[in-house]
Design a protein around this ligand. Structure first.
Ligand code: B1M
Length: 631
């Protein structure tokens, strides 16, 4: 077989995600004396680049990428031992991980795969990595680079801590530090002293390769380390020891203290409930309703830890009531965390003192999944009780409570691990579908208990995976999409409740909204992802506004900026959003069917007054804006 054909077959095997063929042709390459290094670079890695480019163009989705990575690793396992020492350079170790507090690892895994394909020796620390582990492992392995990812604004600060630890150790200049993930910008990377960032996995490899080539050959010598220690001594001394300040708690105290005296008296003519219900029906209101997804942040008013907020029904209800009052929310959407089903199915959940809980210890095999009964002592039961109490308490304020629960796919990925479920969807769909039946049974039972016992004003289902970046519409409709259509839409109808969906993903399959007759859809708008399908209110109202009420769309990232300029920006953006929404509604023959929202949970340590910058602005300026535009 010609060398070219073998290389092409290797590339195709990766694109197709077929490990058997990748192994077969890796062996063939060795048998036919094709250079092992060439087979990796011009065969396997080339395939990885092809599928990754398809992903960037929206022609392939995460499951295909994960399978391609598996095929590439399968071929590499056979070829790597035969790499000719002359052609392979010194191993370039890169330490990779998602920083402490963050369990998102899909993007990190893709970066790892692409860097492996480019010849880096990746040392993967996983997700939720304790910060000091990066410096420790980098030292042990005289690393060429560190690649840190995070998807949450709350955990971005950990990256700076890692860099400071490298400076203290005198090894900051021995290696390249790259930071990345959706919320990371070039400015942020510079501000924490990283060498670079990148928007996607392929660019991350290019940046790492170019930065690594500029490292001096003696970067790990004793003299370089000593010099580096000296260099950073002053920088670190100037920074001083930083105390961790919980801005959320401080501003919550301030809001409680000042609420009844300083908070403006709003010029409102109808109650929160009347406003929300009227807007739902597109009737005339005094202003648009406001419903930011602040959830866990509202526990600062109680005050209680995140663990209490998510596991104790009374504390949850108190937080909902306090959040509704102090943030001046018309409709509270009570997200706790997304690992309620996971815990009930027996997965391990980490409850950090002051942070968002996360499912970390997944079940080993699908066979060990058993649908748990939702009874006293389970998290599902607690969620129902919490929402029952919360609904009673918000009613006292003439406001609404929307209970929120995980859809079957979120539940399954939390139980078994997202990367695994998304890969298995391709290789072993029957097993995944069977497991989805089990989480569906659980979620259906929970929904029924909500309707019958908690009786919240609305029940919102989280469909994280209706995401054009992660799953194609066809793939989604074969899994959770089908379940939403066949099981949940009829269930909502049976109980005569509006179908409420929350999708915090960046580029949902909007067309699917009609598949299950969604009545209220809460979303996040990411302007940077507009080419991948993230849409703003203008598009949504114009195309779906008559059928669905939307809740959006201020970026979650904005809510971390507590500076006077940051708060001013939120105020100005909130005014501009109302003006634009109302104008769009009017142009489409409507008058109120839209909720001003964040479309996303605000991070645990986020500053409370960035929320009030939004909610109080709506209350203060909303009536005038409404009058000017709608009349
Ligand atoms: Co969560 N989540 N999530 N989530 N989740 C986000 C990130 C969020 C933006 C959604 C939202 O509300 N709009 C939001 C964060 C908001 C914020 O920061 N303020 C969020 C939240 C709040 C949460 C929880 C706190 C929810 C809760 O429980 N209350 C919780 C977190 C728990 C914890 O970590 N402590 C949570 C949980 C989860 C799941 C477990 C259910 C699941 C993760 C599964 C997993 O990864 N194992 C999940 C998911 C899937 C998402 C979204 C929908 C998608 C993320 C993703 O995988 N994208 C996300 C919303 C969104 O759509 N953006 C969201 C696809 C992936 C390929 O992209 O990771 O960006 P990405 O990687 C890209 C680039 O960023 C780049 O290359 C990659 C490939 O091209 N890149 C680098 C990545 N690393 C790089 C490094 C580099 C350079 C480039 O150099 C070093």
């Amino acid at each position: 077989m010609a060398k070219e054909d073998i290389l092409n077959a290797l590339a195709d095997a990766v694109v197709e995600g077929d490990d058997d063929i990748a192994e077969e042709f890796a062996q063939k390459a060795l048998d036919e004396e094709v250079d092992a290094y060439e087979a990796i670079v011009d065969g396997l890695a080339k395939g990885m680049k092809i599928i990754s480019d398809m992903y960037e163009r929206g022609e392939a989705f995460v499951p295909s990428l994960l399978l391609a990575a598996d095929a590439m690793y399968a071929g590499m396992d056979i070829l790597t031992p035969y790499i000719n020492a002359d052609t392979s350079a010194e191993p370039k170790n890169v330490i990779i991980g998602t920083v402490e507090g963050d369990v998102h690892d899909i993007g990190k895994n893709l970066v790892k795969t692409m860097m492996t394909a480019a010849g880096f020796n990746m040392i993967d620390l996983g997700c939720d990595v304790p910060l000091d582990k990066f410096a420790e492992v980098a030292k042990e392995n005289k690393a060429t680079g560190i690649s840190m990812s995070t998807l949450m604004t709350t955990t971005m600060g950990g990256m700076e801590t890692v860099i400071e630890q490298l400076q203290e150790e005198g090894i900051r200049d021995s290696l390249v530090v790259m930071v990345g993930g959706a919320p990371i910008s070039e400015d942020f990377a510079n501000s924490v002293g990283a060498d670079g960032t990148a928007l996607d996995a392929s660019t991350a490899v290019e940046t790492m390769t170019s930065l690594a080539s500029a490292l001096p050959a003696d970067s790990w010598s004793d003299s370089s380390i000593a010099e580096s220690k000296m260099k950073y001594k002053e920088v670190l001394a100037q920074k001083g020891t930083r105390e961790e300040i919980d801005i959320g708690s401080i501003t919550a105290e301030k809001i409680i203290e000042e609420h009844d005296t300083v908070i403006p008296k709003f010029n409102e003519t109808i109650t929160k409930k009347e406003r929300f219900v009227a807007a739902f029906q597109d009737k005339k209101v005094d202003r648009l309703p406001v419903a930011p997804l602040v959830c866990g942040l509202s526990r600062k008013f109680v005050p209680c830890s995140y663990a209490d907020y998510t596991t104790n029904a009374e504390k949850f209800a108190d937080s909902v009531a306090a959040g509704t009052k102090y943030f001046h929310i018309d409709n509270f959407v009570g997200l706790t965390d997304l690992c309620i089903a996971a815990k009930d199915f027996g997965a391990e959940v980490r409850f950090p003192e002051e942070d968002t809980p996360a499912a970390t210890g997944h079940l080993e095999d699908y066979e060990s999944m058993e649908v748990p009964e939702i009874k006293e002592g389970t998290r599902g039961y607690n969620l129902v009780q919490g929402n029952k109490l919360a609904t009673e308490k918000t009613r006292e304020q003439n406001a609404l409570n929307t209970a929120l629960f995980e859809g079957p796919m979120v539940a399954l990925t939390q139980i078994m691990g997202a990367t695994r479920v998304l890969s298995d969807l391709k290789t072993n769909p029957d097993v995944v579908l069977k497991a989805l039946d089990q989480t569906t049974e659980y979620c259906k039972e929970l929904a029924k208990m909500m309707f019958e016992e908690a009786q919240p004003d609305n029940l919102c289902l989280v469909t994280l995976w209706t995401n054009n970046v992660i799953l194609g519409a066809d793939e989604y409709m074969k899994t959770e999409g089908k379940i939403l259509k066949d099981v949940f839409a009829p269930l909502y109808k049976e109980y005569d409740m509006p179908m409420v969906i929350h999708n915090c993903a960046d580029a949902p399959h909007w067309d699917l909204i009609n598949e299950w007759g969604t009545d209220y859809y809460s979303y996040t708008y990411y302007p940077d992802e507009a080419d991948k399908g993230s849409k703003d209110h203008k598009y949504l109202i114009e195309n779906y506004g008559k059928d669905v009420m939307f809740g959006g769309e201020v970026s979650p990232i904005l809510f971390l900026n507590n500076s006077p300029e940051g708060l001013e920006k939120i105020r100005n953006d909130t005014i501009a959003l109302q003006e634009s929404v109302l104008t769009t509604l009017k142009e489409n023959g409507m008058q109120s069917k839209y909720v001003i929202s964040t479309g996303c949970e605000v991070p645990p340590k986020g500053p409370c007054d960035s929320i009030t910058a939004q909610t109080y602005t709506v209350a203060e300026k909303g009536p005038e804006i409404y009058k000017n535009i709608i009349g």
